[in-house]
Design a protein around this ligand. Structure first.
Ligand code: ATP
Ligand code: LTN
Length: 328
C-alpha cells in the first residue's frame, strides 16, 4: 500500500481553503493508502504564537480532522511534536540544504517581507517539512498549490541524500486538486485565502457561525460584469466563488454555469451561502461532539505511537548511513 502524509499548521482558524485544498483529499485517500496526518505544531511556531492560542488551535485542528471524516483506525493522526524524530531528522536535513535554495522559497519571502526581525526557524522550515515526509518514506503528499515549491525542494533533498549516502529515501509526489488547489481571499482574489490573515472578511473559517458565513459571502468582492462564468484569469473573484460552490455541493463548474445562466450575482451568492452553511453545519456538529467526548487525546496517543515506530526505523538507518556511531 502506498504511503500518504500531510500536515496542517495550528496557526489560526482553519479555512475552507485548507479543507478544499488539503483535508478533503486526506479523507479521500485514507481508504486505499497507509496515511499519516499531522498537526504541525513545530512548523506553526516559526511565526510567533501566543501559547494559549497555539494550544487551543492544535486541539482544534485535531478535532477537525476527525469531524471531517478522517478515521483514526485507518490513518495515524498525531501532533508533530509528539514524534521527536521529526525534529532530529529536520536537523540532519538542514545540513544538506543550501542557503540559496531556502532563500528562493516564496513562502519564506512572503512571510518575512517587511519584517525587522525574522526567526531563523522560518528560514529552515522547508528542511523540517522534508523530514516530515521522508521519515515515513511517503509516496503521495496531498497539499494545496502553495506547497508545490516546498515539495520540489523535498524531492531535491531526497535525491541529494540518496546520491551522497546511497539510495534510501522514496522521492515523494505532490497530490494537488485540479480545481480548488488555491482558494483565494474573498476581498482580494490576487491573494490566497490564509488562516493567518488579519482581515476577517477575507476568509471563511470552518468554525465560523453560519450567520457570519452568509454575511461574508454576501460581501465578497465580484466584478461589474454580473455573468456567472468560470474564467480564473479575467474573472478571478466569481471563479473563486464557483470553485467553493463546486467543492461544497455535487455540482460541477459546468453545471453551476448552466444553472446561473442569464442570472445576476445576487441569486448565485445567496445559494452559495446556503450551500456552504449546509455543508459546514454537520461538520461543526461533529466537531463539538469530538471536543465533548474527550476522545482526542487517546487518538493522538495511538497515532503518535504508530508514527514513532515508523519514524525511528528511518532515523536509525539515516544516521547509520551518515556515519554516526549508533548506541549498542
Ligand atoms: P498560514 O496562513 O498560517 O500560512 P495556511 O492557511 O496557508 O496557513 P497551512 O497550514 O499552511 O495553511 O496549509 C495547510 C494545507 O492547506 C496545505 O496543504 C495548504 O497547501 C492548504 N491550503 C492553505 N491555504 C489554501 C488555499 N487558500 N487554497 C487551497 N489550499 C490551501
Ligand atoms: N508546510 C505546510 C505544512 C506542512 C506539511 C508537512 C505539508 C508541514 N509539514 C508535510 C505536507 C507534508 C504548509 O504550510 N501548509
Amino acid at each position: 500500500m502506498k504511503r500518504v502524509l500531510s500536515g496542517i499548521q495550528p496557526s489560526g482558524q482553519l479555512t475552507i481553503g485548507n479543507y478544499i485544498g488539503a483535508m478533503q483529499n486526506f479523507v479521500k485517500l485514507q481508504h486505499d493508502h497507509e496515511c499519516f496526518f499531522m498537526i504541525v505544531d513545530l512548523h506553526a511556531i516559526t511565526v510567533a504564537q501566543e501559547p494559549a492560542a497555539l494550544h487551543e488551535q492544535s486541539e482544534q485542528v485535531a478535532a477537525l480532522y476527525l469531524a471531517a471524516g478522517i478515521d483514526p483506525n485507518k490513518a495515524a493522526i498525531f501532533m508533530q511534536s509528539h514524534v521527536p524524530q521529526h525534529a532530529e531528522l529536520g536537523w540532519l536535513m538542514t545540513t544538506i540544504s543550501y542557503m540559496g535554495e531556502l532563500e528562493r522559497m516564496t513562502q519564506f519571502k512572503d512571510k518575512s517581507e517587511g519584517k525587522d526581525s525574522v526567526g531563523a526557524g522560518l528560514f529552515v522550515y522547508p528542511a523540517l517539512m522534508a523530514a516530515d515526509i521522508l521519515i515515513y518514506n511517503a509516496d503521495l503528499i496531498p497539499v494545496g498549490d502553495d506547497q508545490k515549491q516546498h515539495l520540489e525542494l523535498t524531492r531535491d533533498l531526497a535525491n541529494r541524500f540518496n546520491h551522497r549516502f546511497g539510495d534510501f529515501f522514496t522521492v515523494p509526489q505532490p497530490y494537488i486538486p485540479e480545481v480548488g488547489a488555491r482558494i483565494m481571499s474573498l476581498d482580494d482574489a490576487s491573494k490566497k485565502m490564509s488562516k493567518s490573515s488579519a482581515v476577517a472578511g477575507s476568509l471563511i473559517a470552518l468554525l465560523d457561525d453560519p450567520a457570519v458565513i452568509r454575511k461574508k459571502i454576501s460581501r465578497a468582492k465580484t466584478d461589474m460584469e454580473a455573468v456567472v462564468k468560470y474564467d480564473p484569469i479575467n474573472k478571478p473573484e466569481i471563479s473563486n466563488l464557483m470553485s467553493i460552490y463546486a467543492h461544497t455541493s455535487d455540482l460541477s463548474i459546468a453545471e453551476i454555469e448552466a444553472k446561473y445562466d442569464g442570472q445576476m450575482y445576487g441569486p448565485f451568492k445567496k445559494d452559495l451561502a446556503e450551500q456552504v452553511a449546509s455543508f459546514i453545519e454537520p461538520l461543526q456538529a461533529r466537531y463539538h461532539e469530538v471536543r465533548k467526548s474527550g476522545e482526542l487525546h487517546d487518538v493522538l496517543k495511538s497515532g503518535a505511537e504508530r508514527a514513532q515506530a515508523a519514524a525511528q526505523q528511518t532515523l536509525d538507518e539515516v544516521k547509520r548511513r551518515m556515519g554516526f556511531v549508533m548506541p549498542r
